[in-house]
Design a protein around this ligand. Structure first.
Ligand code: ADP
Ligand code: MG
Length: 697
């Protein structure tokens, strides 16, 4: 067994109960785990605070003073020792619950001590329990200038494993570990990026001598973390390319050609053509395709998906398209069946609200191969939905689907279908590199011609009358208008009230019979929702008042105004999605962001970003900066959030370097056969995470 794999129980001072706590609270099982449990900050012991200015929020402070007025209080189990520490500026209570006698005997009056610990508030006053104390004139040779601070939990602290207790364990372990921490990165990489060895980096992070060393050592550890993440992704991607069999669709057949020549009354954009070609070449390669298609709202992704599905159908396979909501699935179904009418392609819809008897029929026809294209919600991935030969699967707006749901599609066939994942929420490059490292990526970066970019205006309540006037004017030109209210799940009833109040005031302002208004919100049943959506789509109503249920994909080209109420409550990507609901026809469209006065901080920045740009990628980058990746939709299940050290935003240069070095290594030594790469090979063999990822979309 390697030293670092030794169970933590074998460390002196860690008995079974402490070991158990370390397992449960910190996920520490081995020596190696403890060595990788890093301090989150350091205290410079030469920076002494004055007692009068003590901040109780500090996790750890250093004080200097004399000790007096020592008392034992209480009795039995509740006995404690208190003392006062005094410096020139004031005094503070120190308290001990254990080791009382020893402490009482060893502390002397009129001696200056250095006292370190975590200040806490007790009975409205600050005190420090179980401080670390040493004589101020003590020979500081052995004492380090920087004291590592580890995070701990209440349960650990109760067992003496507060930051100091953990530091004691790591210090002891490090002495034993010297020279026994194996290197994991190839020497070439260490040299190229001038990174310290693993052993050095770990020692320095626990016991640094200079701040500069900490930074470099952390960089090394972050690099390692990102490097292995990339290695998992890229290795499995290459493996998949090599091994996986996929349907081969050699022909572009009759149905594709008829649709293309007879139904399409516009030219594909250059970007659409390029992406169709990319997909075509995947479909001919004999490997299973796993492709992410990014493109702004309205850039024509759905059309690309449809063309690709037709290729599958022309080659004797079935295709399916999974959408995140019933509204969207319905809309896709209607659009696609209309476009394919008379082409001889059987399209069906399967959602949760399709009648049971109807469902049964659809499933039967599907299994018999009578249905060519099945469109639906997650109802598609239920166990009893069996395709005869599913060759191509499209997943729309993938961030709405969990990783698990997506992976189910794979089991629908013995030969895995080609998979196209579409997203209208552009993913900043850094993230795409990390999260989708094992997907091939296509981007539609061009809107269909004639689209005028949406004009975005920021208004406050005082300008509401003007806004209403503007809406009236647009409606008189025959256009339609969305008015959207925020929906925050925690206070659904409150939001509903906002929406209803809004609806009432809009109804007063735009009265019947001249104006017809639709309303849609999450509390309505699917049937009423569809009814109202349908009226709006057919142009029977002028205004659609709704919550964000219309956010995704709804397509009403005649709508030219999007009013977003309380826009400061929306995230950037949501605002961008909502804005994408207008500007889908040839007319100039507008997005009006209504907010309160005096926006601050990130709310202000979000609104400004929306006003200043319509570029989805720029918006996504700003979003990432403002919120951090943890909040980005769809990333919660991704490996990126499991990163312990690196931050995908702040450490972008490291992400880049790690990715490039993995590429270089795999280009040179694809099988990782050389001695130099032996640790990498071991990592791949031990860690199946990469392969699990490879199976998912
Ligand atoms: P997305 O799925 O990317 O949001 P859609 O595929 O729904 O975009 O396309 C938005 C609208 O633009 C649809 O009405 C579609 O018919 C139309 N469209 C798509 N491609 C083109 C094109 N090349 N030229 C003109 N209109 C297009
Ligand atoms: Mg779409």
């Amino acid at each position: 067994m390697l030293f670092i794999d030794t169970p933590i129980e074998f460390l002196k001072g860690v008995g079974p109960s402490k070991a158990d706590l370390l397992h449960r609270e910190l996920d520490i099982y081995t020596f190696g785990d403890l060595l990788e449990y890093f301090p989150f900050r350091y205290v410079d012991r030469s920076k002494v605070s004055s007692i009068a200015e003590l901040n109780p929020d500090e996790p750890y402070v250093v004080l200097k003073g004399t000790i007096y007025d020592m008392h034992t209080v209480g009795n039995g189990k509740s006995t404690r020792l208190t003392a006062q520490l005094r410096d020139k500026t004031g005094q503070i209570e120190l308290v001990w619950f254990q080791g009382i006698k020893w402490i009482k005997d060893s502390l002397k009056p009129d001696v200056e001590y250095t006292v370190m610990g975590k200040p806490t508030i007790f009975n409205d006053r600050i005190n420090i329990a179980h401080p670390d104390i040493e004589r101020a004139d003590a020979d500081n040779e052995s004492n380090r200038k920087y004291i590592p601070i580890y995070s701990s939990t209440e349960k650990l602290k109760a067992k003496g494993l507060h930051t100091k207790g953990i530091a004691r364990l790591t210090e002891q372990l490090l002495r034993m570990a010297h020279g026994k921490i194996p290197e994991t990165l190839p020497l070439k990489i260490l040299q190229k990026y001038k990174l310290p060895s693993r052993g050095n980096a770990i020692e320095i992070i626990h016991y640094p001598l200079r701040p500069h060393d900490i930074a470099l050592s952390m960089q090394r550890m972050k690099f390692e973390e990102l490097f292995f993440l990339q290695l998992d992704y890229q290795y499995s991607k290459r493996e998949r390319h090599k091994r996986s069999n996929g349907y081969i669709f050699p022909v572009v057949g009759e149905k594709f050609n008829r649709f293309y020549n007879e139904r399409l009354n516009f030219e594909l954009t250059g970007a659409q053509k390029r992406v169709v070609k990319e997909i075509r070449s995947d479909m001919k390669s004999g490997h299973q395709m796993n492709r992410l298609l990014q493109g702004d709202v309205g850039s024509g992704k759905t059309l690309v998906a449809l063309l690709s599905m037709l290729i599958a159908v022309d080659n004797g396979c079935q295709a399916c398209m999974m959408a995140p909501t019933e509204i969207l699935a319905n809309q896709h179904y209607l659009n696609i069946s209309k476009m394919l009418d008379g082409i001889g392609v059987h399209v069906e819809l399967l959602t949760g609200s399709v009648k049971t008897s109807e469902k049964k029929k659809i499933k039967q026809r599907l299994a018999e191969g009578e249905i060519d294209i099945l469109i639906g919600t997650h109802a598609l991935i239920e166990k009893d939905v069996i395709f005869k030969n599913l060759g191509f699967a499209v997943i729309d707006e993938q961030h709405r689907f969990g990783v698990e749901q997506r992976s189910k599609l794979w089991t629908k066939n013995s030969l895995p279908p080609h998979v196209l994942v579409m997203t209208a929420t552009p993913i900043p490059r850094t993230l795409a590199m990390s999260v989708y490292g094992d997907l091939d990526c296509s981007t539609i970066d061009e809107l269909p011609p004639g689209r005028k970019s949406v004009k975005t205006i920021h208004c406050t309540d005082q300008q509401r009358l003007k806004v209403f006037g503007f809406i009236r004017n647009e409606i008189s030109k025959g256009r339609q208008v969305y008015i959207v209210y925020p929906l925050i799940e925690e206070s659904e009833s409150l939001d509903l009230k906002d929406l209803m109040d809004g609806y009432e005031s809009v109804s007063r302002e735009f009265p019947l019979p001249d104006y017809q208004i639709s309303i849609v919100h999450g509390r309505m049943d699917a049937e009423s929702k569809d009814y109202e959506m349908g009226r709006f789509k057919r142009g029977e109503t002028h205004i659609m008042v709704s919550t964000t249920v219309i956010e995704v994909g709804v397509d009403v080209p005649n709508a030219t105004v999007m009013v977003i109420e309380n826009a400061e409550r929306f995230g950037l990507s949501q605002l961008h999605q909502l804005r994408g609901r207008v500007g889908r026809g040839g007319e100039q469209s507008y997005c009006i962001l209504m907010t309160k006065n005096n926006l601050q901080g990130s709310a202000r920045e979000r609104i400004n970003t929306m006003v200043n740009t319509t570029d989805g990628f720029r918006i996504a980058e700003t979003d990432l900066k403002l919120r951090g990746p943890g909040d980005l939709q769809g990333l919660r299940q991704s490996g990126v959030l499991a990163l312990k050290l690196a931050d995908i935003v702040d450490d972008e240069p490291i992400v880049r370097a790690a990715r490039e070095s993995v590429e270089e290594i795999l280009d040179e030594d694809p099988e990782l056969k050389t001695l130099e790469n032996v640790t990498l090979k071991q990592h791949i063999q031990q860690n199946k995470r990469g392969l699990a990822w490879g199976k998912i979309s």
